[in-house]
Design a protein around this ligand. Sequence first.
Ligand SMILES: O=C(O)c1ccc[n+]([C@@H]2O[C@H](COP(=O)([O-])O)[C@@H](O)[C@H]2O)c1
Ligand SMILES: Cc1cc2nc[nH]c2cc1C
Length: 336
Amino acid sequence: MTLSFANLAEFRAVLAGAKGPDQAAVEGARARNGQLTKPPGALGRLEELAIWYAGWQGKARPEWKAPQVIIFAGNHGVAARGVSAFPAEVTVQMVANFRHGGAAINQLSRCFGAEMQVHALELDRPTADFTQAAAMSEDEVVAALGAGWQAVNPAAGVLVLGEMGIGNTTAAAAMAQALVGGGGWAGRGTGVDDAGLSRKEQVVAEGLALHAAALADPLEVLRRLGGREIAAMTGALARARMLGLPVLLDGFIACAAAAVLHAVAPSLLDHAVAGHASAEGAHRRLLAHLGKEPLLDLGLRLGEGSGAALALGILQAAVACHSGMSTFAEAGVAGG
Ligand SMILES: O=C(O)c1ccc[n+]([C@@H]2O[C@H](COP(=O)([O-])O)[C@@H](O)[C@H]2O)c1
Ligand SMILES: Cc1cc2nc[nH]c2cc1C
């Protein structure tokens, strides 16, 4: 497949062509929901979830189709600044673990019948330390956006995007500060101590100061402060938006990738639901900025798509109820 964009201006132009969900399917699903054998609203958020899924699938009575889980991995120049509880080699080691089926996301993907792929993005060439220079050149960020764009299976029913990258909660914190504003976006990540947290805050502050003049453009925020796996998630999320493929968002880093599209136009995230709230301190705040209420809050702070993959079960259940239940008329049940 040839890519639809060769530079950031072309990527931005592609996004301008995004269409909304199928309104006839949304209205049909809403009408069907009102006839199902339950008191109105009794299935809570499952009802809105099923209607949302129906709109993006374009069918008032949608079918559940196998999910796709994609894990992107990247390495970060800022990892050398002592911002993680783990060494940078863990990124490539975990990629091997994903490929051998030994990570949490392998088990969760299997639980929910999802196909799963892993894309390692130039792990032997970390991004530049964003306190010294832009993390990526334009060619590099476009290549990463393109890797994400091309990784999406148009035949999937729903997409989960996950990441692996030692140091990436620092990149995500810097991006969140640039895109949303305010301070306090750095958190404990893989479990840094108080000194590590202060180093993260310092690194974020230095990055924001160096790039201040360029941060009004969300794609420049991604290029200067992000990472390859983050840009790949942004690219995959954009492709899913253009395909009308629903997405479950994972944790803090995945939501930093999503926040880039939100800053371009909030409606670019209409096809995305927040799978969970991560225990990473600022994730809930970022979700609130995106206008997303998480489905689950189980204290996870793993990344690799794990919280979003868990939410697949909720979404599958919502679709099963919506499309499988009888109406009052079919079941001969008296309405209220
Ligand atoms: O998804 C999250 O909210 C999340 C929160 C904390 C840590 N992580 C994972 O941990 C790694 C980043 O942590 P750190 O401390 O190296 O910045 C990266 O591989 C993420 O997948 C992920
Ligand atoms: C072991 C380990 C597994 C991970 N999975 C996602 N991020 C991770 C970070 C670490 C350190």
